[in-house]
Write a protein that binds this ligand. Structure first.
Ligand code: NAP
Length: 460
């Protein structure tokens, strides 16, 4: 398997990259392990110099980085620019705050004194998805490098140019050899990296299937791991919601990044009183999106990331219909070059329809009508996933109450502003474990060491 860069808006192959040989992989592992020996002892200020320089380079190269992403996985150019800016800010955030997050914590034993200190653990291996080609990398690079670890990353096979461009930021920032390493490797080589004793932790963002495989491999090696997996987030609309405001978030929440976001709104659960009005307006808003070249700023509907992603999604919709779902809008690929899917809304999804438990990774919304708040919460919780979710109501206290009762890692009231450098991101159940971003994100791969000092006599 090679790493192929294909433009999904027209199917043309841009570039192809061979996988590393085992000998090349070994040389990179050795360089990473050697780098850790020094990097771990550098001050936070010295580490921050490199991380800040990489952030500055990212800012300088923003336009070319964004265009590479658009050409490689079809993200609409303005969204691509937004992702580059956000990734830059994540690196800057950890450069500024890492020392504060990892400062020793004084404890209060009955005798003597004690503290917990945080030390890096070694080479961390990240496996990352194509849907946010830089943001996902910044989410692991910022915290783990600032903590004193070093990082090796296997990016998705369809975004090699983004992977290489991100690695170049570190080289050009003057990072020591081995600090950040992009690995163009196979799944079997990825297993070998997880098994390697020089690698001390594993961070995956990806599908549930990848999570099961990689977490099992890490577990067998007794290595800590963090798993950021899929989701099927509920978008709950209560009868007192501001419909105007809610529809805007519904469209953005389902359609941002072509619908290919782990914590996108995927299940629209609307209380009876607003159900018809919501469905009519939501349908009209999605129907108004116009497919076009994602590099063109005026395009409102881009392609999916790849032809295989499109075929899988169309197959899921067909299967849902076979099992009784009704297509209110769309349901098919768009008849034009490239991998474009019609914005789609499905209703009448019974609990025995496979769609009920599936993640639709693209512009496909599932619509459910419920009688009241309790039914909405019960339906939201009847999911194998537990990543995020949202609730729309004019009553903030009610929104907070509902948010507390939905079983996910993240909830949003009257918005779905998913991600912020300061806010921990992650899920429960099949959506995985561990957190990225914020203070919690930097704590995943550090040794929390207890040090006690007390002039005690040894017991006899
Ligand atoms: P995927 O197939 O799991 O791929 C993600 C990454 O894992 C890729 O680099 C892939 O490499 C690698 N991979 C998959 N199986 C592997 C294995 N057995 N061994 C080693 N590496 C393996 O996921 P996807 O379908 O491309 O991405 C979308 C999924 O990611 C969705 O489920 C989405 O919800 C989830 N996601 C979650 C978050 C979050 O923060 N929770 C964020 C974004 C996306 P190859 O490309 O070489 O196969």
């Amino acid at each position: 398997m090679a790493y192929l860069s294909v433009n999904p808006s027209n199917g043309e192959q841009n570039r192809a990259f061979p996988e590393l040989t085992d000998a090349e992989l070994e040389a990179k592992l050795a360089a990473a392990a050697a780098c850790f020996k020094d990097w771990r002892h550098l001050s936070y200020a010295a580490r921050a110099t490199i991380v800040s320089r990489a952030a500055s380079l990212m800012e300088e190269r923003a336009e070319i980085l964004a265009r590479t992403m658009t050409l490689e996985m079809g993200k609409r150019i303005n969204e691509a620019r937004g992702e580059v800016a956000f990734s830059t800010s994540i690196l800057a955030y950890y450069a500024k705050n890492a020392e504060r997050f990892l400062t020793p914590l004084k404890l209060h034993p009955t005798l003597g004194e004690a503290h917990m200190e945080s030390s890096p653990i070694g080479v961390i291996f990240g496996v990352e998805p194509w849907n946010f080609p830089y943001y996902q990398l910044a989410r692991v690079a910022g915290p783990h490098l600032m903590a004193g670890n070093v990082l090796m990353v296997k990016h998705a096979a369809c975004v090699p140019q983004c992977a290489i461009a991100f690695e170049a930021l570190w080289t050009d920032a003057g990072a020591p050899a081995g600090l950040y390493t992009n690995l163009l490797i196979s799944h079997a080589q990825s297993d070998a990296v997880i098994d390697d004793p020089r690698v001390r932790g594993v961070a995956l963002t990806g599908s549930v299937a990848a999570g099961r495989s990689i977490a099992a491999r890490a577990g067998r090696n007794l290595k800590p791991s963090s798993m950021e997996l899929g989701g099927s987030d509920a978008f709950i609309v209560l009868e007192d919601a501001d419909l105007e405001h809610t529809i805007k978030w519904a469209v953005w929440g389902r359609m941002y990044n072509g619908g290919q976001t782990c914590c996108a709104a995927k299940r629209f659960i609307v209380v009876e009183k607003l159900a018809d009005a919501f469905l009519n307006r939501f349908t009209a808003a999605l129907a108004a999106l116009v497919p076009g070249d994602p590099i063109d700023e005026s395009t409102t509907l881009g392609p999916l990331s790849s032809e295989s992603a499109l075929l899988e999604l169309v197959g899921q919709v067909d299967q849902a219909v076979t099992h009784g779902a009704t297509v209110v809008l769309g349901g098919k690929r768009i008849d034009r070059p490239g991998s474009y899917m019609q914005p789609t809304i499905l209703t009448d999804i019974s609990s025995d329809n496979p769609a009920y438990r599936d993640e639709f990774f693209g512009p496909v919304a599932m619509f459910f009508r419920v009688r009241n708040e309790d039914e909405a919460i019960a339906l939201a919780n009847d999911s194998d996933f537990g990543l995020g979710g949202s609730v729309f109501t004019r009553d903030i206290a009610r929104g907070r109450r509902v948010a507390s009762r939905v079983e996910t890692g993240m909830m949003f009231v009257n918005n779905i502003s998913w991600s912020d450098a300061e806010l921990p991101f992650g899920g429960i159940k099949d959506s995985g474990y561990g957190r990225e971003l914020g203070d919690m994100g930097i704590q995943e791969f550090v040794n929390k060491k207890l040090v006690r000092y007390a002039a005690l006599e040894a017991p006899v």
